[in-house]
Design a protein around this ligand. Structure first.
Ligand code: SAM
Length: 238
């Protein structure tokens, strides 16, 4: 059986005992049905990944003894994905797959054609954590609260590169643009696309460029994953 891997915010060090309550205790006790003596792997971005053992259970919590480190903390650089919220099931899928593909930050922005009400960040954060546990990341990407496009633009570093997926533009293929722009923010529009005014505003930014994701019009979540897969192909070491 695969050893369960759990993200924790508690500090991890040899000999530490940590207690988990709430959903995480429920998950270990009632979903995975772990009992005393069961092995676990705990991780977080600060301390890396550690072997641990479940050593005690009470009604609403479990006690875990941390043993030795298996992987040190490492930087996991990845791109920022800027996107307009889409329908809930598609958004949840996007978040899960984006984490698997190495996204470092997810930035939802509200555009003129954004028609869905943005989801609370708690549910999306839980999905991001679960995806990080599954795909053996040590870091969980940051998910920003949704904000209007204009607000995001106002707070953004204007010198940062921005690659805008433009379905009806004449930009180069994203793969080509990414080869020369490792640190670019990747941006996709809502289901209805950006309005012409938004497209003009974005492409007028000093470091912005339109890119193509091919001849077919992709759904927003497919477009996001194509961009992230292209980034991974161009820049991930493995
Ligand atoms: N309603 C738009 C239309 O028919 O022209 C399509 C919008 S598309 C569903 C959602 C977003 O995905 C777009 O705003 C764009 O950022 C991205 N996208 C989809 N297909 C693309 C392509 N072939 N090249 C570049 N971007 C694409």
């Amino acid at each position: 059986m695969t050893v369960p891997r759990l993200h924790v915010t508690e500090r991890l060090a040899a000999g530490h005992a940590i207690r988990l309550g709430g959903d995480r205790a429920h998950y270990l006790r009632n979903v995975l049905r772990l009992r005393e003596g069961a092995g676990l792997q705990l991780f977080n971005a600060e301390d890396g990944e550690w072997r641990a053992t479940l050593v005690g259970q009470a009604r609403h919590e479990v006690a875990i003894a941390v043993a030795e480190r298996i992987r040190p903390a490492v930087a996991e650089p990845g791109p920022t994905l800027v996107f307009a919220p889409i329908r809930r099931n598609r958004l949840e899928w996007l978040v899960e797959k984006a984490v698997e593909l190495g996204v470092a930050r997810l930035v939802p922005v509200l555009t003129q054609r954004t028609v869905v009400r943005p989801e609370g960040s708690g549910r999306l954060e839980a999905i991001a954590i679960e995806a990080a546990e599954q795909c053996e990341r040590l870091t969980v990407p940051v998910i920003d609260p949704p904000r209007p496009l204009q607000d995001w633009l106002a707070g953004r570093d204007a010198s940062a590169r921005l690659l805008l997926a433009h379905e009806r533009g004449d930009g180069p293929p994203v793969q080509r643009a990414l080869a020369a722009a490792r640190d670019a923010d990747l941006m996709i529009g809502p289901e209805g696309g950006f309005t012409p005014e938004e497209t003009a505003l974005l492409l007028a930014l000093p470091q912005a460029a339109a890119v193509s994701l091919g001849r077919r019009i992709l759904r927003a979540e497919t477009a996001a994953l194509v961009m992230l897969a292209a980034w991974q192909g161009a820049h991930a070491e493995t």
